[in-house]
Design a protein around this ligand. Sequence first.
Ligand code: SF4
Ligand code: SF4
Length: 80
Amino acid sequence: MKVEVKVNNNCNLCGLCEETCPTNVFQIVNQKLIINENNCIYCRGCEAICPQKAIKLKALDEGLEITITQTLTTLITPLK
Ligand code: SF4
Ligand code: SF4
């Protein structure tokens, strides 16, 4: 799964996401938040814990589209 991890300007560098993320996506270095979104496993812990509601996650999972297509095909088949 590919995940987009965005942090907006409401971030106050509290460091909670850095402590919470199990895969070390966030690092605060020289008063800047570094995001390594390739490590994200979409657990959504950071989104829940951020006191500023500054983190926006977007899962880009192509597998989800395939599942929906298969369901539609199954529904359409009896009508043929
Ligand atoms: S938890 Fe939220 S406010 Fe705190 S450093 Fe992370 S993004 Fe910024
Ligand atoms: S969703 Fe989970 S893995 Fe992804 S950045 Fe947030 S805490 Fe880390």
